[in-house]
Design a protein around this ligand. Structure first.
Ligand code: MG
Length: 256
């Protein structure tokens, strides 16, 4: 079911969006050579506790998960790109780290992700990250009344293809509201002018993620971490966006 939010509800959702943005910023700033993924998870957990927020991940147990996630932050390193389960790993120089975080504040959920390089970057990693960020911007710019879901997907896919990446459309964006995952699915590639017409009050997570040399993913034995089938690196950028009469509002905007 597609749910539309009133302007007053979208205003209420800003608290969750701002909190999620603050955790993404803090964990990204803390990521450095020698820092353990479990320390980043602990930092996010402490911020949740202090804010009186709730984690969307810790008890999350969908059909594909081997067990409940058990952590509050997704940390995907190098060839891992989505759902990376934090484990005992100290970040190394040149690691490409993707952080994904969702939480509930005042009964509303927000969801956001960022990729960054720890220490000395490789130029191809910066290009991959930059492409996911440009695709996210293009997707957000297409999230306007009068367009359709396919216009967002096509805008994202066009940026990927122009940069020479292929796109996996199995995992993508989604409706966000009282829970983390709702309708509609927002694929990271598609045909313009197709799919659900975009209306004021639709709130969606838009989340392009690309792999450097493939669109095939495999799941780790932990049942969660998704990594490229060929070992190439991945990057991921995500914001929660409200479609309004005044255009798209990025609820998880950073630097506020
Ligand atoms: Mg997310």
């Amino acid at each position: 079911m597609i749910e539309l939010r009133t302007p007053a509800e979208i205003d209420q959702m800003r608290a969750a969006g701002g909190f999620v943005a603050s955790v993404v910023e803090a964990t990204a700033a803390a990521a450095a050579v020698g820092v353990n993924l479990l320390e980043l998870d602990a930092l996010a957990h402490e911020m949740i506790r202090k804010a009186g927020a709730s984690s969307c991940y810790i008890d999350y147990h969908p059909s594909f998960g081997a067990s409940p996630f058990g952590r509050v932050l997704c940390t995907s390193v190098n060839d891992a790109v989505l759902h990376g389960l934090p484990h005992d790993y100290a970040l190394r120089d040149g690691d490409l780290l993707s952080l994904d975080f969702a939480a509930e504040v005042d009964g509303w959920v927000s969801d956001s992700a960022i990729s960054l390089v720890v220490g000395t970057p490789r130029i191809e990693d910066l290009h991959l990250i930059d492409t996911t960020e440009r695709a996210l911007t293009a997707g957000i710019n297409a999230a306007r009344i009068g367009n359709r879901i396919g216009d967002i997907s096509a805008a994202i896919g066009d940026v990927a293809h122009e940069a020479g990446y292929t796109v996996n459309t199995d995992f993508g964006g989604h409706g966000v509201g009282r829970t983390m995952h709702g309708e509609p699915h927002v694929a990271n590639d598609g045909r313009p002018r197709r799919g659900l017409p975009l209306k004021a009050g639709l709130v969606i997570a838009i989340e392009p993620w690309f792999l450097a040399a493939t669109d095939e993913i495999v799941t780790d034995p932990d049942g969660w971490t998704l990594r490229s089938a060929d070992g190439s690196r991945g990057a991921h950028s995500e914001h929660t966006v409200a479609i309004t009469d005044d255009g798209p509002i990025i609820l998880t905007a950073r630097g506020q």
